[in-house]
Design a protein around this ligand. Sequence first.
Ligand SMILES: NC(=O)c1ccc[n+]([C@@H]2O[C@H](COP(=O)([O-])OP(=O)(O)OC[C@H]3O[C@@H](n4cnc5c(N)ncnc54)[C@H](OP(=O)(O)O)[C@@H]3O)[C@@H](O)[C@H]2O)c1
Length: 301
Amino acid sequence: MKRILITGCHGLLGQKLVEILKPDFYELHGIDVHKDNLFPTRRRYTFHSLDLTNRSETLDLVQKIRPHAIINTAAMTHVDACEIERERCWRINSTAVETLVDAARRIGSHLVQISSDYVFDGEAGPYSELDRPNPISYYGKSKHASENAVIGGGIEGTIIRTVVLYGHGRSLKPSFVAWLVNRLRHRQDVKIVTDQISNTTLVDDLANAIIRSIVKRRTGIYHVAGKEILSRFEFALEVAKAYRLSDIYIQPTLTSLLGQKAPRPLQGGLLVDAAEKDLEMQFKTVEEQLILFREQEAMLN
Ligand SMILES: NC(=O)c1ccc[n+]([C@@H]2O[C@H](COP(=O)([O-])OP(=O)(O)OC[C@H]3O[C@@H](n4cnc5c(N)ncnc54)[C@H](OP(=O)(O)O)[C@@H]3O)[C@@H](O)[C@H]2O)c1
C-alpha cells in the first residue's frame, strides 16, 4: 500500500486530497500547523500537527513516515499579506519547500509542489509550461523560488501550477465564489475587476490531476486549471447565472482602483493542453465547474 504525505491537509486542496484518496488504496499522513485533527474518524490516516518552517522537526517526521509521495499544498496564500510579511511568506513558501526537497531526497520520495500562475507577470498570458516566469509580487517570487528548489533538488519532482482555486471544505476562508454568492443572495453590490484575465479551477480537477501525476510518475512542470480563460467580471456573471441570481448587483471596476498591496498579473491564465494529454484528463469548463460546485453545496446542507 502506498504511503502519501499531504502537507497543508486542512486547507482547501489538502482537504480535497484527504477526501478522494481512498483508504483502501492509500495510507495517508497529513501535516498542518493547526493543533486538532480535522478527520479523526478517517481510516488509515494519521494527523501530525507541525509547523513546516521548523526544519529539524520536518526532516525527522518525513524520515519517520517514509512516504512514497509528498504533496505540498501548505503555503501562505494571502497575496497582499505576503507583500507585507515578507519574511514569514518566504519561510513558508520557499524555505520550507527546500526542507521538503531535502527530506524527499533522503528517502527517494516523489515530491509534488503546488505553484501558481502568479509566477508570471501577466503581460501576455495565457502561459504554457515553456514560458519564462517573471513574478511581480512577493507571493509570486516566493512560489517561483519553491519551483527552483524542486527543479534543482535532484529529486523526482512535479510542479503543478494552478489559478483561482475554489471549492468546498470545512473552516476555510470563503472563496471568491462563496463570497460572491453570499453577496448576491443578500442583494448587495459587488465591484468585480474586468482587467484580470485567467482560468478558474475547481479543486476537484486539481486534486485528481495531482493523484494522476503520482500514479503515472509524471515529473516536471504542469499547468492544471479549468479550460476557459475569462475576466473575473465575466466569471462573476457566470456564477450569478449558475445560481439563478440577478447580476444587476455586479459592477465592473479596475484592478488599479482597488488599492491592493500586491500587484496582480492582469493578462494571465494557464494553457493546460500538456496536463490534459499527459495525465489523460479533460478539465472542466466554467459551466461544468459551477454545476458540480452547486451539487456539492446541496450535499453539504
Ligand atoms: N487558492 C488559490 O486561488 C490558489 C491559486 C494558485 C495556487 N495556489 C496554491 O495552491 C496550494 C493550495 O492552496 P489552498 O488554497 O488549498 O491553500 P490554503 O487553503 O491556504 O491551505 C494551506 C494550508 O497550509 C497550512 N499552513 C500554512 N503554513 C503552514 C506551515 N508553516 N506549516 C504547516 N501548515 C501550514 C494552512 O494553515 P493556515 O490556514 O492556518 O495558514 C492551511 O491549512 C498553495 O500552494 C497555493 O499557493 C492557490
